[in-house]
Design a protein around this ligand. Sequence first.
Ligand code: GLN
Length: 453
Amino acid sequence: HLGRIEQVDGTVHAFLHVDTDGALEAARRVDEALAAGEPPASPLAGVPLALKDVFTTSDMPTTCGSKMLAGWIPPYDATVTRRLREAGIVILGKTNMDEFAMGSSTENSAYGPTRNPWDLDRIPGGSGGGSSASLAAFEAPLAIGTDTGGSIRQPGAVTGTVGVKPTYGGVSRYGLVAFSSSLDQGGPCARTVLDAALLHEVIGGHDPLDSTSIDAPVPPVVAAAREGASGDLTGVRVGVVREFSGEGYQPGVLAAFQRAVEQLGRLGAEVVEVSCPHFDYALPAYYLIAPSECSSNLARFDGMRYGLRSRENGHSAEEVMSLTREAGFGPEVKRRIMLGTYALSAGYYDAYYGQAQKVRTLIVRDFEAAFDRVDVLVAPTTPTTAFRIGERVDDPMAMYLADLCTIPANLAGNAALSVPCGLSEDDGLPVGLQVMAPAMEDHRMYRVAAAYQ
Ligand code: GLN
């Protein structure tokens, strides 16, 4: 894999940092333990992995795709990082991402875009485009992403790979640099559903260092993926979300999705249509909640505690802070901080953030009503296939639409994944099938996705 990175990453640019020595050393330790007759630390011991550059690593820089953190080496490992190491997984390096995970194309990285291995003129999705591109380019067999509004699933869909957003609280956020704390969730990326399940069981589970971590065993996702592999979905009820179609969806995406739904029926699933009327309001609610929480979380980048400090012409602490934030943050991050600061300001809180939280409750209820009738919900992961680099950079609204289908699961906190479902007839590019399950029922979607794949 290091050889493959050497060969193609100059073009793909999936990695911000490759740790050749550290990876070889970690691999050597696994070999030595096996040679000494010790049992492998996990089923994935010795398997290489690409880690999104938003998880802290004590031996590698962690930049979050931002100039603000250029060169910063954290003093500690994230819980996800620690669990990977303890499982004997070999971390190849850190992957490119939209700055602080804000974006849908990886074009907001301060270090240049990542290219989609399917077509180098197109985006690999975002914010975790680096992780998904590394899988699609065969630079790594496993990767880790984070999904606040779709940043694991949407890159998975447009690169023809598997991406899983576990139930909120299912994977520790300790050491995951915060964007929107009530939505952020780390999760596995892979080329097969079973590989994702194996990785999910390594990183998942309770962590006392994260107060929102769920204190319960990891859902049995590996067993479910193996069960699904038999290809029998008899007795499984699948709901097709009516709201995810129509205007804005490419015909090729809808046709691939339709074929996937028919295939689920052939595997024995009972397919029904369900309506989730409030999903239409998920995108606007998200774009109040996420920027609000981001404006608060990113206040910590003050030029004092982490990374960059611009003090030229700064005569006071306030000036140093303001110069640092001016120089360190890119345009999208600044846009979100301003939107969020406005939405949270006195007199507007109830009208914006409070209202969005109410919409969030309605979306939770839509899911509850749907899951009374069906075991899982399905939808396209994205309305379109990978768009061209540069096509949406000047149009934030068009960029935000990439997450139309993924955001409801973040707002409600339930589990969702994307599994490849063939190529679009429009342009020959990959399409993703999204499967959603209730909170802590992650295994349901793994079973269905494994049967499908
Ligand atoms: N594209 C969405 C955004 O820009 C989602 C990002 C994410 O999931 N981290 O906020």
